[in-house]
Design a protein around this ligand. Structure first.
Ligand SMILES: *Cc1c(COP(=O)(O)O)cnc(C)c1O
Length: 259
């Protein structure tokens, strides 16, 4: 376990199995979003809560959908693709929020409505080609590494301006904003610095050319740090464990040291 344990009250997550339990967990997360928004003088209604259902089996996801979740985030393409097929009878939009290898672009182009971890032109080009074949478009967030940690995906901040300038050539990718993962630390000020960095990058990109960052949305904040993210301007928080319950798999499974 990493230092984030102290921050996210690990072990206190309550596992939801029924629609009623999901409603309770979601209401509690919404309440915490609202009070963080109030502290920052923001309108909570403008903040999207994206439930993250990775590792959660179909039966429980169906209950979450019954409780009102119609957009779900998944880290791994294979898992998300399988689930979208298993639950094609339900009204769900899938957001892929984890690192993508260009050889999996075809799967994403088939089912995802959003991809939040765009960090390489090679992947953008692969997605564009596959989306064209499918006759589809995709909302994307550009992932930036704001923590300086090697184990995180996302591009170095200094590469962002040039990357954004190259994206308009991909007409099927609709840029919605920027995404990041904060440093894994129980030191809240270090976490906050990552979120502030993403907001500054967005502001600078807007100044340089308002068309390049789309709506300029900020996707940041997870179960352990979403309140800090909201205080720092998050437009989308990606929350798994605080809604679905604690995951058995360690986070290192999702953010491996090596690609
Ligand atoms: C799993 C995951 C989350 C949510 O993490 P929780 O601790 O379950 O809230 C957010 N973003 C990404 C990219 C993830 O893979």
């Amino acid at each position: 376990m990493d230092a984030r344990e102290g921050l996210n009250h690990d072990g206190q997550y309550s596992t939801a199995s029924t629609a009623e339990e999901f409603r309770l967990n979601i209401a509690e997360v919404q309440r915490r979003i609202a009070s963080a928004a109030a502290r920052a003088g923001r309108d909570p209604g403008e903040i999207e809560l994206l439930p993250v259902s990775k590792t959660v089996a179909q039966e429980r996801i169906r209950e979450a959908v019954a409780a009102g979740c119609h957009r779900l985030g998944e880290n791994k393409v294979q898992e998300a693709f399988r689930k979208s097929d298993e639950m094609s009878d339900l009204d769900i939009e899938w957001a892929v929020i984890g690192h993508l290898q260009s050889n999996k672009a075809r799967d994403v182009a088939k089912f995802a409505s959003e991809f939040q971890a765009l960090d390489r032109l090679k992947v953008a080009a692969a997605l564009e080609r596959r989306l064209e074949a499918e006759g589809r478009e995709l909302d994307v967030y550009v992932q930036v590494n704001t923590s300086g940690e090697d184990s995180k995906f996302g591009m170095p901040p200094e590469e962002l301006p040039d990357f954004l300038r190259r994206l308009p050539q991909f007409s099927r990718l609709n840029v919605r904003g920027l995404m990041t993962l904060a440093v894994f630390s129980s030191d809240i000020e270090r976490v906050r610095t990552c979120f502030q960095r993403l907001r500054t990058l967005r502001d600078r990109a807007r100044e340089a050319d308002p068309d390049l960052v789309g709506a300029g949305r900020l996707s940041m904040g997870m179960s352990g740090d979403f309140e800090v993210a909201v205080e720092e301007g998050a437009d989308c928080v990606r929350v798994g464990q605080a809604i679905f319950g604690r995951r058995a798999l360690p986070d290192s499974y999702y953010w491996p040291e090596n690609d």
